[in-house]
Design a protein around this ligand. Structure first.
Ligand SMILES: C[S@@+](CC[C@H](N)C(=O)[O-])C[C@H]1O[C@@H](n2cnc3c(N)ncnc32)[C@H](O)[C@@H]1O
Length: 266
């Protein structure tokens, strides 16, 4: 059965597509051109055949993902930050992934969160929304102009200036300066080639019971793809293996957005 169409939950016009966007589990990342026929395109005329059944399932999947993203109801400040990310060619977390970050931050009662990859502040706002009212987000990015946009977005969302510490610079230079066991949650969303180093740093930064979260671990399906893959995909596979085999981590791989790998530190 198709999920109910939610008139009050329909995506904001700036999320809904001027381009046609296919919610296929990678949220807003997957654009389809106006001629249709993309990988996730439902073929209503083919019902009854195997292909038709598959198309119907895909269509239900798309509707479900659209509902999940729309359910979050992002406010104006978040939508503006999202627009700025799009203009900058960045790929922020999807609304659903953002809501998971908010949930996780709230679940651990996060007072201190470290974020690698500020972007224009989309994930940062979701994290701040879940953190304790006196919590501080420490967020690192190589690009000062993205951080300036994020600073404005945090202000527009109503967060006091002292709720966010924005540190410009390469993550692997900045992270060693952050305190051991000083963080409740570490969110990694920067350079996929460095994910193994981010994991090592996260284990040092997290208190016992803290959470580490990696965005984009499915790499648009390439992580499970066959054939030769770029180095960043090989790194992501190593990350998945390392987290899975770790004695100190309790992991879960959520097929949300482009894949959220979450793990609690024992
Ligand atoms: C996908 S965007 C982050 C999006 C953001 N988390 C959000 O959801 O709004 C990745 C960001 O990582 C930053 N970045 C890339 N390599 C980095 C590095 N080595 N150290 C710190 N930041 C880096 C980029 O400048 C970019 O802003």
């Amino acid at each position: 059965m198709l999920p109910p169409s939610p008139p009050r939950l329909s995506p904001h016009p700036s999320n809904a597509a001027s381009r046609r966007q296919v919610p296929d589990g990678s949220g807003y990342s997957h654009d389809e051109d106006a001629s249709g026929g993309g990988a996730g395109h439902a073929d209503a005329g083919a019902s009854g055949s195997g292909r038709g059944r598959e198309a119907a399932i895909t269509s239900i999947g798309q509707a479900s993902w659209a509902l999940a993203d729309a359910y979050v109801a992002e406010d104006e400040a978040l939508l503006r930050a999202r627009d700025r990310a799009r203009e900058a060619g960045l790929r922020p977390v999807t609304p659903t992934a953002g809501s998971v970050l908010r949930l996780l931050a709230a679940s651990v009662g996060a007072k201190a969160v470290a974020e690698i990859g500020t972007g224009t502040g989309v994930s940062g706002i979701h994290l701040l929304n879940g953190m304790r009212p006196d919590g501080v987000l420490t967020t690192v990015d190589t690009e000062p102009e993205y951080q300036q946009a994020a600073r404005q977005a945090f202000r527009a969302s109503g967060f006091a200036v002292n709720r966010a510490r924005l540190i410009p610079g390469p993550a692997l230079d900045v992270l060693p300066r952050l305190a051991d066991s000083g963080y409740d949650l570490v969110f990694c969303d920067a350079d996929r080639l460095e994910v193994l180093e981010y994991l090592a740093e996260s284990l040092r930064l997290l208190r016992p019971g803290g959470l580490v979260v990696f965005a984009g671990v499915l790499a648009n399906g390439r992580t499970v793809g066959t054939g030769p893959q770029p180095t960043e995909v090989l790194r992501l596979r190593e990350l998945l293996r390392e987290v899975h085999e770790s004695d100190v981590l309790v992991p879960s791989l959520l097929p949300v957005g482009d894949g959220l790998l979450c793990a609690a530190k024992r």
